[in-house]
Design a protein around this ligand. Structure first.
Ligand SMILES: C[S@@+](CC[C@H](N)C(=O)[O-])C[C@H]1O[C@@H](n2cnc3c(N)ncnc32)[C@H](O)[C@@H]1O
Length: 204
């Protein structure tokens, strides 16, 4: 069974549809923070598809070494600076970004970490900045696909803190942190690219 947990071949497959969408949404972005960048598959592709963007990768400290090694050949490229150690539950960098991007992280993180992800994105986006979250999600307005149902069961069997998140719950977290839905894009293999925009006046 393919658990799609840290599956580098999945990132290879999904990078093109993700960036086919992001090239429009991030046309004016200059600084992007990627959370849980894994083996840098998306970051390296971003350099090609979004050459105007400084793509700051980050990873949970336990996985930072793999990410750093994956980016070593781009070490002199200012568009791909050295990765940051960033556990979303801890301190975030003292900077703001035009976008925060994360792929396949919400179902791996605990609910506490997912809440911290939204809090951090809300706090570290520039005005009108975008939070772009890719992955499998459930949606109360849609019949769940067998693939995502099975994936959710496999995740929870592995670790009860993991699980496919509900889009409505994420929208509620987003609202708590001044983020409003900008787009819900359907992607291959029953994945979604959810995009929230930082509102003018965060609701608090
Ligand atoms: C399934 S992998 C996805 C990696 C990559 N984004 C991709 O699409 O191939 C999930 C990633 O989330 C990261 N992660 C899990 N919990 C985290 C946390 N609390 N803070 C930051 N990253 C976390 C893991 O280290 C891992 O790299």
């Amino acid at each position: 069974m393919n658990l799609r947990i840290g599956d580098a071949s999945a990132a290879e497959r999904n990078k093109r549809p993700i960036f086919d969408a992001l090239v429009t949404w991030l046309a004016d972005a200059r600084a992007v923070l990627e959370i849980g960048a894994g083996d840098a598959t998306h970051a390296r592709y971003a350099r090609r598809r979004l050459p105007h963007v400084r793509w700051q990768t980050s990873e949970a400290p336990a996985h930072l070494r793999r990410l750093t090694a994956a980016l070593v050949d781009g070490a002199r490229d200012p568009r791909l600076p050295a990765p940051l150690a960033l556990d979303v539950r801890g301190a975030w960098p003292a900077a703001c970004f035009d976008a925060v991007f994360a792929a396949n992280v919400a179902h791996i993180m605990s609910e506490t970490a997912v809440a911290a992800l939204f809090a951090g994105a809300g706090a570290h986006l520039n005005a009108h900045g975008l939070f772009c979250l890719y992955g499998p999600f459930f949606d109360a307005d849609e019949t769940p696909g067998e693939g995502n149902l099975g994936f959710d069961r496999a995740l929870r069997a592995r670790d009860p803190a993991m699980g496919v998140r509900a889009r409505q719950a994420l929208d509620a977290l987003a609202a708590d942190h001044g983020l409003v839905c900008a787009a819900r894009l359907t992607m291959p293999s029953d994945n979604r690219l959810l995009i929230w925009r930082k509102a003018d006046s965060p609701r608090r």
